[in-house]
Design a protein around this ligand. Structure first.
Ligand code: ATP
Ligand code: MG
Length: 241
């Protein structure tokens, strides 16, 4: 429940096990971001509880949970607040108390992997939307989390950037939970999909079963991934002359 009384989620019960790759899909306002924000304590459930590994999420375990769960916010501006990208990417590892060269190494790796090394000395507000998204992901990669939670990771990225993210996420073999409207990415990366509709879990199962269920997709205002749709040009047949 948000402070203004909006009940964004209800009756949510999910268990995600180590190594799973889970998509959270649903129309605008379905509750995806709200659900994700519960996973590292940015929001607290008004009833029920969240457990991460061996820990119930409480005030005492919050720090440990945030070390375990890397969260990439829907809006990169929520993630980038230092005066340069390099400082932003170093912020997390620095706060873990890691030695200087370990921090430098992690920053260099994360910037390299996201292809933004050339932007390291720029302030976040001078970056394009896609560059900001890459930088936001780098701030989480530098923390080497056990669980990655990503809210719309490919929004605003060009096709190559989108591909790079998919490759990086595929290489990340621990648990990942991805809220997205990019259903082709879901097909590529997530064996399991949770469909949210009006704050409730409408379906939770194998991605391929869910995307074949036309009635479910229609009810939840979703469309089949492009790669599962017939090609409009070919299926239209030979154009008449
Ligand atoms: N801070 C807030 N205060 C009050 N209500 C909120 C707040 N943030 C979100 N909501 C409401 O909670 C519901 C779920 O919002 P949420 O952001 O989780 O949706 P979403 O599925 O992530 O949508 P989108 O695809 O647009 O990102 C919506 O009805 C929204 O209006
Ligand atoms: Mg959202």
């Amino acid at each position: 429940m948000y402070p203004d009384g909006t009940e964004a989620l209800s009756d949510i019960s999910i268990r995600i096990t180590h190594g799973e790759s889970v998509a959270v899909v649903g129309a605008n306002g379905a509750g995806k971001s709200t659900l994700l924000l519960h996973l590292n304590g940015f929001l607290k459930p008004s009833s029920g509880s969240v457990r991460i590994g061996d820990y119930p999420l409480t005030k005492e375990t919050l720090q440990e949970v945030r070390r375990t769960v890397g969260m990439i916010f829907q809006d990169p501006d929520d993630q980038l607040f230092m005066s340069t990208i390099q400082e932003d990417v170093a912020f997390g590892p620095f706060n873990l108390g890691l030695p200087r060269d370990e921090v430098d190494q992690r920053v260099a790796d994360a910037l390299e992997r996201m292809g933004i090394n050339h932007l390291r000395d720029k302030p976040p507000f001078r970056l394009s939307a896609g560059e900001k998204r890459r930088a936001a992901i780098a701030t989480v990669l530098s923390m080497t989390p056990d669980i990655m939670v990503l809210d719309e990771p490919t929004t605003g990225l060009d096709p190559l950037g989108r591909r790079q993210i998919i490759t990086i996420l595929r290489e990340f073999t621990h648990t990942k939970i991805i809220a997205t409207h990019d259903l082709d990415l879901v097909l590529d990366l997530c064996a399991r999909t949770i469909v949210l509709h009006q704050g409730r879990i409408w379906a939770d199962g194998q991605t391929c079963d869910i995307f074949r269920d036309e009635a479910l997709l229609h009810e939840c205002h979703l469309e089949k991934p492009l790669s599962m749709q017939g090609c409009p040009v070919c299926s239209a047949g030979t154009p008449e002359d």
